[in-house]
Design a protein around this ligand. Structure first.
Ligand code: UD1
Length: 378
């Protein structure tokens, strides 16, 4: 490769689901350190020890080179702070050759926008996913990030099709696979040794359902939260429920004075947010998972664990077509019915989708190398 200096690459992380996507790519780029200089930039969108630091430790990532400390706020305030601070950061230092953003959080679009306006190419990891629901902030972040990205790195073929239908230049689209699965494969043996089950007093082979909830559409309105707690109360009559609670959900339960209602749910075990390895262990051993997360739909498909997604739609339909995922109507009767169907053995067998194989970071690194080479030939 003809080069004057190493290719400086910013890898942006901000919120919990970014860390397991960037860790394998950071490590892979670092292996080729005669060509690349990868640098981790943390916006600080998630800042609690249990939402951020713990993941760096579990994933074996170094401290980020820069921490922008943006914290929480309304979408406008948070996004604006990220834009302002990341722009200041770039302008006060050497300009990177490429900025890589992941997923669909506010840090993703904010940093993509800054880079693009400074004429720095942008690569989007997990491009092309669509829920077609513009009420979700993530959908807006995805569509806009894809629109301005130069390299669209997709996790599954349906994402390529979405982008092609939107008129994206096919040369920008690269089906590289699911990078989150790289992290999962790298860490799953270690996760098996986690002692988290004893913390929840779960005996060997004892069945339990794992629950996570954090979507604004599920937890920001009182009625919706009550409906979900009613469903859990019914399911809890006969099943153990493990529920590591997201701060958004915890705050809203307190705000709507639902703490007593929560405490009355039988067999419900609530905890603070849980680290990467412990949570992987909880997923692997669960009888079933109830979630509104994006990443957990994918991880449960990999593990072959039945997943009931508490949402009207999913941007990850491949987990339904090929995996173990199912959408459930958002009323307590349907949720309870679906849970009992799964417990009676009515579950899709599922298979692991193409390129969810642990080699996505390698494919991306090779692609970026070729892309820089082609650029320098122009
Ligand atoms: C964000 C992402 C969402 C992702 C989720 C994973 C956006 C628009 N949303 O949602 O796509 O699925 O992360 O967790 O980017 N809080 C804390 N400690 C923290 C972080 C947040 O207590 O470390 C609380 C604050 O009260 C904050 C609230 O959680 O206001 C929501 O945080 P925020 O980053 O705005 O969105 P998430 O719901 O976490």
């Amino acid at each position: 490769m003809t080069k004057t200096r190493k290719k400086l690459i910013h890898l942006i992380v901000g919120a919990r689901p970014n860390f397991m996507k960037m860790a394998p790519l950071y490590k892979q780029l670092k292996k080729e350190n005669e060509i690349f200089e990868p640098v981790l930039i943390h916006t600080g969108q998630h800042y609690d020890e249990r939402m951020s630091k713990l993941f760096f430790v579990d994933l074996g990532m170094p401290e980020p080179s820069a921490y922008l400390d943006v914290g929480s706020g309304t979408h406008g305030a948070q996004t604006a702070r990220i834009i302002q601070r990341y722009e200041e950061h770039i302008l006060s230092r050497i300009k990177p050759h490429l900025v890589i953003v992941a997923g669909d959080v506010n840090s993703t679009i904010a940093c993509a926008l800054v880079a693009k306006k400074l004429h720095i190419p942008v690569a989007h990891l997990e491009a092309g996913l669509r829920s077609f629901d513009e009420k979700m902030p993530e959908e807006i972040n995805r569509v806009l990030t894809d629109r301005i990205s130069d390299l669209l790195l997709t996790p599954s073929r349906d994402a390529d099709e979405n982008l092609l239908k939107e008129g994206v230049d096919p040369q920008k689209i690269h089906f590289v696979g699911n990078i989150m699965i790289d992290s999962l494969i790298e860490h799953k043996e270690k996760a098996k040794e986690s002692q988290i089950l004893t913390r929840f007093d779960i005996k060997e082979a004892e069945p339990y359902a794992l629950v996570t909830l954090h979507r604004p559409s599920n937890v920001d309105e009182k009625e919706g939260l009550i409906m979900l707690l009613d469903a859990f109360a019914e399911i809890g009559k006969q099943n153990k429920l493990i529920f590591p609670m997201h701060p958004r959900t915890k705050n809203n339960i307190q705000r709507y004075l639902l703490s007593d209602k929560l405490k009355q749910i039988p067999n419900l075990h609530i905890s603070e947010p849980i680290g990467y390895l412990d949570f992987m262990k909880l997923q692997m051993d669960a009888k079933l998972i109830l979630t509104d997360s994006g990443g957990i739909q994918e991880e449960s498909t990999y593990f072959g664990v039945p997943c009931l997604t508490l949402r009207k739609n999913t941007e990850r339909p491949i987990t339904i077509w090929e995996g173990t995922n199912k959408l459930v109507s958002l009323d307590s009767k349907s949720i309870v019915e679906q849970v009992y169907l799964v417990l009676q053995g009515e579950v899709a067998k599922g298979k692991i989708p193409q390129y969810w194989d642990g080699n996505t970071a390698q494919r991306i690194t090779a692609l970026i190398r070729d892309w820089f080479e082609a650029e320098s030939d122009v």
